[in-house]
Design a protein around this ligand. Sequence first.
Ligand code: FA5
Length: 341
Amino acid sequence: MLEQLDRIQSEATAALEAISDPDALRAWYGVHLAKKSRLMTMLGDLGKLPKEQRAEIGKRANEVKRALEAAYAAKEEALRRAALERSLAAEAYDVTLPGRPVQAGRLHVTTVEMRRIVAIFAEMGFQVFRSREVESDWYNFQLLNFPPDHPAREMQDTFYTTNPEVLLRTHTSPGQIRAMEALRPDPIRVILPGMCYRYEQISARSEIMFLQVEGLAVGHHITMTDLKGTMIDFARRMYGQERQVRFRASYFPFTEPSVEVDMDCILCNGAGCRMCRYSGWLEISGAGMVHPTVLRNGGYDPDEWSGFAFGMGPQRATILKYGIDDIRHFWANDLRFLEQF
Ligand code: FA5
């Protein structure tokens, strides 16, 4: 039986050496090491041998099994390496080929403009204060002096949720109250950029979703002069040092007095053109002195504190700056439009 084991080992080893592909290797395993192979059958039948032979034959049979298993594993690894080398040789990379160009993305034109606005106000000492887009009627209207049924509500309708108290903000002005609540009793100098929503007719100049940048300054001696200086400085830094700025009386429930801020048209320099509807002026912002009631609602005593606020819609100015014919291009995601900036 020992001779038989030697024969099994030498035959199996010789057969294994001749193998050069994985299918043949699998077949070899079936013949020489699988359950029904001669070797495994002998191992299974050890119990039938006379006691005195059992130990010696068993030891030798296990040696042969371990040797064949090791040889099998070595062959398997050798075949894997050979296959890898063949494929590397056959499919070698040509490092001299020019690379495929990577499509470089870019910032959206409104992001670029918003960042410029933020940078300009940062230089003037304004910090960015983030406030929520989903608001309550209380903050969006009532705390800003728009009681229910106030006619000024007609100017800004919005999208409501199933909860009548919860709505999408129509302007960034509720952020004024949020900023006052967070920062009182300190003086404030913040801007509040963000998305606003209005339920209104979409047109070349009006979207249902648009950006605003609110500004708020609250301090002990803030006057209309500070508001005017800030607006003029901003317009000149943003649109050119030669810009002229004018203030027109206006109305907002949350500022008193209220103004509209206009600058001379950047296209015709005030001469009058289609863009400025031949008036020579472009509106850039609503603004005013914070209404005493709003200061009080934010936790500041109007006998001691005063402030100014403004709210601009930078997309309308961007349209004019680049001669864009329709505000809807901003959110249409048409690459032909976006790649121009
Ligand atoms: C307001 O929203 C006030 N909260 C601004 C304000 C803030 C006044 C602080 C005083 C103090 P108004 O409704 O005019 O005001 O909107 C301000 C700007 O937002 C507009 O000048 C315009 O540039 C932009 N805007 C308003 N509605 C739209 C719209 N549907 N699409 C695009 N831009 C819009």
